[in-house]
Design a protein around this ligand. Structure first.
Ligand code: SAH
Length: 257
């Protein structure tokens, strides 16, 4: 990578962080869905250890903390998200049980069999569903649970436009039955799957972005990278509204043997 491309990438990186820091969530989801996914997880106690991988600023982590005993470690690559995460935990008086750390999901700094539950909403795609499930398994105790949400096809065939968009953005997107088979292959018993309702995308994700986008563009006038970022987000939202019958997010909950 030459110096010029590097600086462009660094700028993008800063802008992306700034943009998503203005949102409560960095991916589709809702408090109701977090609680529903948690309802499939048995046996958590005060002693339980939970990891939230790719936690972002912690929207879903704080919901988890309010509905589970035990201690939660959130981990994310972006330090500015983790700063906000720890501020949020403090604001909700959860500091004694909830802690955010900076780190990467492909090199997790945990001992084997550390966790009773691994959580990850809208983030495992960064390492890939199959690889993430396989590599994270060693951090779970026997009988431990994993709960991840992941982009999935609802249809066997779909219009070329959306098929190409996803094949470019995330080629590992697949049908629910194929994802479940992957989960079994990675050494988990599938416990439950459910489709995230539309409000996770609309009310909780795309709608809050509208005013954030306007403010963001006003703050960065004439900045091409900022304009491209917003154009991409808007395009992604339009595609969702047009093709939501064909794809969405699905929660996959599994258990180790
Ligand atoms: N779970 C949050 C954030 C989802 S967005 C929510 O549902 O709102 C995906 C998150 O993954 C972002 O916060 C991003 O910073 C993080 N991420 C991307 N690559 C990562 C990596 N290699 N290791 C850890 N986190 C990563």
């Amino acid at each position: 990578m030459n110096e010029e491309t590097k600086s462009i990438h660094e700028l993008d990186f800063k802008l992306i962080c700034e943009y998503f820091s203005n949102l409560e969530r960095q991916g589709p989801g809702s408090p109701e869905v977090t609680v529903k996914a948690l309802s499939f997880v048995d046996g958590l106690t005060d002693e339980s250890r939970i990891a939230d991988i790719g936690c972002g600023t912690g929207g879903q982590t704080m919901v988890l903390a309010e509905h589970t005993p035990g201690r939660i470690t959130g981990i994310d690559l972006f330090p500015s998200f983790i700063d906000l995460f720890n501020t949020n935990a403090g604001r909700l008086n959860l500091r004694d049980r909830v802690k955010g750390i900076v780190g990467s999901m492909d090199d997790l700094p945990f001992p084997p069999e550390e966790f009773d539950l691994i959580w990850s909403e809208g983030a495992i795609y960064n390492i890939g569903f199959a690889r993430g499930l396989k590599e994270w398994r060693k951090f779970l105790k026997p009988g431990g649970y994993i709960a991840v949400s992941e982009a999935s096809w609802f249809t066997e065939e779909r219009p070329v436009e959306i098929d190409e968009f996803w094949k470019d953005a995330y080629p590992e997107i697949d049908t629910i039955s194929h994802k479940v088979a992957r989960m079994e292959k990675a050494g988990y018993i599938p416990v439950a799957t459910f489709i995230l309702p539309e409000d996770c995308w609309t009310e909780h994700f795309y709608e809050p972005q509208v005013s954030v986008q306007e403010k963001f563009l006003k703050k960065h006038p004439g900045n091409q990278a900022a304009e491209e970022l917003i154009a991409n987000q808007r395009h992604e939202a339009e595609l969702y509204y047009r093709y939501k019958e064909d794809y969405g997010y699905v929660f996959y909950i599994g258990k180790t043997i």
